[in-house]
Write a protein that binds this ligand. Sequence first.
Ligand SMILES: C[S@@+](CC[C@H](N)C(=O)[O-])C[C@H]1O[C@@H](n2cnc3c(N)ncnc32)[C@H](O)[C@@H]1O
Length: 411
Amino acid sequence: MQTTFFSVIGECVSQDVPFPPLKKPKFTFVDLFAGIGGFHLAMHELGGGCVFASEWDKDAQKTYASNYGIMPEGDIKKIDEHDIPHHDVLCAGFPCQAFSKAGKQLGFADETKGTLFFDVERILRYHKTKYVILENVRNLVSHDKGNTWKTIYSHLVELGYRLTPEPLIVSPHYFGVPQLRERVVVLGVYDPPKAHEPLTISLPKPIDKRECSLDSILEADCQDPDYKLTVEESQIIDTWNEFYQGITETVLGFPIWVDWFKIPPPAKGEMPEWKRQFVLKNNQLYQNNKTFIDAWLCKHNNLKGFTPTMRKMEWQCGSSVKSAWDAFLQMRPSGLRIKRPDCAPALVAIVQVPIIGKYHRRMTVREAARLQSFNDKFIPNPIKYQAYKQFGNAVNVKVIKECARRLFSYE
Ligand SMILES: C[S@@+](CC[C@H](N)C(=O)[O-])C[C@H]1O[C@@H](n2cnc3c(N)ncnc32)[C@H](O)[C@@H]1O
């Protein structure tokens, strides 16, 4: 059956999708910087109806349309606020590169990305939307010595919004979802007479990440050969596992660098001091386990077939995990990282698909969706690379739902 998608501005939408617009929504919302609709799904589950979405990435637009029957409009900068329908809630996870630690931290000085907050502002100024929900990287609060947050806060208060004095810091693991992804969520309600009074919204006491379990999102019977590890990948894990089993230390609080076992560090000042200290620890580890490590290196041909990055290993699960095959693994530029299987690190848009040790395979796209609390009915982008990237960019649905529920019941 051929399905045609129309923008909601044009009113007609497809119903032949997993999350069709509700016939009688309890409230309406707009989804800005919509990505694949983490906000949309949260609002839909709370009974909301989307009246406008904007997202300029073509692949994300396709995923969005095939799930919600709404084709998002493109560049928000080119959209006149008068053309956006009236709505009760404005949701925006504006791009975070300008504020994230990984980016150059230009913030508002980043003309192309940082200023997107001001598009949110112009829409709010015109529509006086009742509720606003913004999401961003945790670093937003400390960026530019707190000035970025102060600017956002003062601009919203000036528009008549009553806000929590600090944005909420929230992570999926606070609600039992096994992903450690701390983000800031800004909640506001349009209330000009009380705009200078703080809004008090509190979240339940976070669940300890050790009480989470990746088992809750795993697919037990995945047969898709795409997720299988290559022989080389399995060999890398086996080799490092053998290393961990063979040394006397059980807790390794520093990265293991094969190439620095036998070479002392250069003199002070010739290498960053933190790196020198790691080299000294590697020298010591080698001395403590010389007989075993020499035999291990000899057996594995000095790891000659390994790439420079896989000649490094980071055991980040203390002594609680006995074998790498019981862990959650990532092949990162800094080496093979081995972590506890309770809580996954934040999914990121840069694709380094993690490995589920006990299943000897990569994390599936559905598992990535579940880490972001996307319902199993959600249709991921058919290109796996795109799907991982899109889930990595998305907002966690449960986090938004929990925050929004509290905001809407605030009066
Ligand atoms: C952090 S992601 C938000 C993801 C979204 N909250 C979700 O759940 O998938 C920011 C999104 O803003 C989009 N974007 C950036 N600049 C834009 C612009 N000028 N107009 C429309 N979308 C834009 C990016 O393509 C990206 O998908």
